[in-house]
Design a protein around this ligand. Sequence first.
Ligand SMILES: Cc1cc2nc3c(=O)[nH]c(=O)nc-3n(C[C@H](O)[C@H](O)[C@H](O)COP(=O)(O)O)c2cc1C
Length: 183
Amino acid sequence: MNPIVETLRQRIAGRSIDPEALPPETVSELLEAARLTPSCYNKQPWRFLVLQSKEAREKGVKTLSSGNQPWASRAPLLIFAYARAADDCQIPDGREYFQFDLGMAVMNLMLAATARGLVARPMAGFDPAAVKNAFGLEEADQVLAGIAVGRPSQDESHLPAHFQGLDKKPRERKPVEAMAKVL
Ligand SMILES: Cc1cc2nc3c(=O)[nH]c(=O)nc-3n(C[C@H](O)[C@H](O)[C@H](O)COP(=O)(O)O)c2cc1C
């Protein structure tokens, strides 16, 4: 099996996360994976807020939805991914790619995390204005994803009951025929 596809098979957006801190070289490796992402006209529009200190993480967790806070607050690493339209490749017909590029960078980061045996759960459940306010981002910055990262925890007793067992369920995906026209 292609090792990347194998890693993609292993990746789950887990909620059961061990609070133990990650080594700095692991965090650097995840950011390097994001840095290597391709982008339209090589504009590299992705930006990341990397929250590691207890104080920064606590500030970040307050911006999350009430559904995300109980599990994401355990993560030793909380990342917000953002980008601004001014960094788009600005194709003349008006198509925009900065969000697309940012999404690919987030995926590369999550894939690198999986290959290290970590969980990385992406989140849209946060208040972008609160993130911008808490961390001094600019008005033009579009905060598109939070990512909670850490080692997987086998003990799920810290999770609210309705989340327990979900990390072990088989993933749900439509069949290839529903997504690809092969001509
Ligand atoms: C853009 C995006 C936003 C998401 N937002 C949340 C979220 O706020 N909270 C959450 O628990 N999961 C969130 N998820 C995780 C998805 O629910 C999860 O990826 C999906 O159910 C498929 O499961 P899998 O990643 O384990 O295969 C998000 C995923 C993506 C890509």
